[in-house]
Design a protein around this ligand. Sequence first.
Ligand code: GCB
Length: 625
Amino acid sequence: MKNPITRLFAFSSALVVTGLVPMAAAVVLFATHASVAQTAAVHAPIVLTGADKRPALSLDGDWASIVDPYFSGLFGFHHQEKANGWFLNRKAQAGDNFPTEYDFATAPKLKVPGDWNTQRESLMYYEGPVWYERDFTYEPKENTRIFLHVGAANYRSWFWVNGAKVCEHEGGYTSFNCDVTAEVHTGANSVVAAVDNTRREDNVPTLETDWWNYGGLTRTVSLIEVPETFIDQYDLHLSYGMGSVVEGWVHVVGAKPGAMVDVEIPELGADTTALVGKGGRAVVHLNIQNLQLWSPETPKLYKVQLRTGQDAIDDLIGFRTVETRGTEILLNGKPIFLRGISVHAEAPYRTGRANTDKDAETLLGWAKELGCNFVRLAHYPHDETMLRAADRMGVLVWSENPVYWALEFDNPKVLAKAEQQLDEEIGTSRNHAAIILWSMANETPNTDARTQFIETLAKRARELDPTRLITAALLVRSEGNTKIVDDKLGAALDVIGTNEYIGWYEQKPETADGTEWRINYQKPLIMSEFGGDAKAGLHGDENERWTEEYQANIYRHQLGMLNRIPQLRGMSPWILMDFRSPNRPLAGIQDEFNRKGLISDQGEKKAAFFVLQKAYKERTVGKPE
Ligand code: GCB
């Protein structure tokens, strides 16, 4: 045996049998690899709408962890792709005496949900596979389906329950559900996950990003039990027009055509029964009266009850419309200016991935204090806790697919990955009143392959959800003092987003005063990024980079310029809070944080926060509503 790390994951049956290794800990990888070949049907994960509203057994907490940089637990010593082959061969050759060199029972713990980087110093820069394991007791009921719900696992993940492989998933920012019905049994069970955050050229996002590649089971994990016939996805929204009809559909897995689905909004005294059609979908049309529309000022949410056969879900949904008219964005039929800020899913104060209600409330609370009615949740879909908080707190949301910078746009496999992530994003989040914009991409190169790629995504998003607006953050080009927005992708969008960094990456803050804008699309425009870095507490002259004064000066000049763009309908400057990025190594100032936050990662407000707050509160920026 040449490779000790490979041996770490070798067969342990003898030790399990002799009781030297605790059963739950040792049996897992043994059974895992032994049974990969025997488990013929590994189902693709499914999307569940409103998964957080279903009764669940939480699997959050401490998980055993084994760091496996060479991925020896999954691959053989000749790096055979076939996950189980080498292990089986070794057993055949070495028999049960083959030594075990791993033990989940004694392995260090990692918290789930949580990125591994900020939990263990040695993992701060780690990019590679980590194994997770935990035990749980369960009592499955008759005639049910059980799903392992994973809020997010960055970036690729593999799952086994009681040694049987149950699913694989790719994409680090969307939730998915693995069918584990066949594997979970009464009593003691165990679940193993391998999560690999290695960056690859053909990933979405790709090799280069400007944020930390936090790895692990970064969002909540649970077991969800549903009846055999169950609702997987549903879409309920206010129809355009009189504001007196809620329409949409409920999709039921396993239902026969003609099966009934009841939809009720008790507070409105409204209910209807819809019939499942051939594809499993029941079309909903619900007459309502005296609806209080959802808006940032009145973020009213209604309890909506869905029932079919043995299945029931109670969701909390707000009802509003969003559309464009010429260069206007209309919320509930009235023009609105989006006073926004961009937000990464970076946890306030402790850094790492945000994933608690408190994180969401702190971030959105700061946005509201700033005077915002809108956030751009960059650069990937954020979690359900954030979206629920936005619904509750009345903050409009731009939700973004992680098509960031230069993907392999001519690779059909990459397109399929982006489509899958878009399907998961929309499928999971489609009932959040807060979300008004699906963003397809950020700052992508203006090439034909790129345009085709994102047009395909935009078309798909429209098919999946015709009720929201499609946008993307485009790059801008310059001719002298004129900024020109003519990226051909603009034709595929409802709302144009543009990023620019006058005063930071180009020229001086004062350059904004003489800058004109030419936008080749008669559509609403959102300035989706501008800003500059400042280290909280660093003071000086307003011409001195990295000081709070310099950043504040950028905002002052930008606001003046933005007010001269007639079709500007919103803005989301970069960014609410400082966030970790390995691209930002300037010692003593950045220390691996992008410092463009209006607030530091420790919650200190910088001078620019107050410049923007004044403009938002006094409505001196944007078109009066
Ligand atoms: C951008 C990117 C954003 C970066 C930002 C910056 O244009 O969209 O992800 O973090 O600039 O700070 O450079």
